[in-house]
Design a protein around this ligand. Structure first.
Ligand code: NAP
Length: 244
């Protein structure tokens, strides 16, 4: 059965693949963006051209008022959000001794505060409907840590605790909350890595290659599905066997 899905940060990268995958499964998809408006419009248009239903909706999901407006807009155009994918995220890497408070705050806001704001906004209708799926995109950096990413690792680890608390809070209402934690995935976020860093990463991955955004999207699609109803509070690692 087709549901209403909101994917944050879905104009490009993993979010885009998730939006396209959920649309392919028959869901009606809100493609959120912050600055990549043209890209998000292209994603929504290509979904509509292939027979799906999608709208692009702009909002900085770390901003409380903007998140309120985002949920009103999605409700008007598609209906209440039934599947929320907290995908939006940024990195501001640097060794902790030199990490500015601005870089700390920016990553915590984009990667963790955004999930809190969107989940809170989505829950009202999910509780009423006694059905909901909340899927947050974490990272293996949030499980194992990563030198140079103290802010990002803290935000992504925060998503795990947040998800477990939400899973306990709303489980009795038929709502599940889970984290999908990718390793290295080919997107703009990892394109910045030099060849030496890429080679070192590949050596640490059992499958010997980076993942694709579609391979992350497939895990999200499963968690959003009816048959995944008994999985909640979990972290599904999609990393090619890197953090074994
Ligand atoms: P990406 O290509 O850099 O895309 C990031 C997306 O997040 C963009 O669509 C961006 O939208 C959006 N975004 C950032 N801040 C936002 C905000 N405040 N409000 C709304 N949207 C915002 O990154 P990606 O690789 O696809 O990463 C997607 C998610 O997967 C992130 O949470 C990331 O941490 C996680 N992840 C990625 C990897 C990897 O290897 N690539 C590994 C582990 C986890 P705009 O362009 O409109 O700003």
């Amino acid at each position: 059965m087709g549901r209403v899905a909101l994917v944050t940060g879905a104009g490009r990268g993993i979010g885009r693949a998730i939006a396209e995958h959920l649309a392919g499964l028959g869901h009606r998809v809100a493609v959120n963006y912050r600055v990549s408006a043209a890209e998000a419009e292209r994603v929504a248009t290509s979904i509509r051209e292939t027979g799906g239903e999608a709208v692009a909706v702009g909002a900085d999901v770390s901003d409380e008022a903007a998140v309120g407006e985002l949920f009103v807009a999605v409700e008007e155009r598609l209906g209440s959000v039934e599947i929320l994918v907290n995908n939006a995220g940024i990195t501001r890497d640097g060794l902790l001794l030199r990490m500015s408070a601005d870089d700390w705050d920016a990553v915590l806001a984009a990667d963790l505060r955004s999930a809190y704001l969107c989940t809170r906004a989505a829950l009202r209708a999910m509780v009423r409907a006694r059905w909901g799926r909340i899927i947050s995109i974490g990272s293996v950096a949030g499980l194992a840590g990563n030198a140079g990413q103290a802010n990002y690792a803290a935000a992504k680890a925060g998503l795990v605790g947040f998800t477990k608390a939400v899973a306990r809070e709303v489980g009795s209402r038929g709502i599940t909350a889970n984290v999908v934690a990718p390793g290295f995935v080919e997107t703009d976020m990892t394109a910045a890595l030099g060849e030496e860093a890429r080679e070192a990463a590949r050596r640490a991955i059992a499958l010997g290659r980076f993942g694709t955004p579609q391979e992350v999207a497939a895990a999200v699609g499963y968690l959003a599905s009816g048959p995944a109803a008994y999985i909640t509070g979990q972290v599904i690692v999609v990393d090619g066997g890197m953090a074994l």
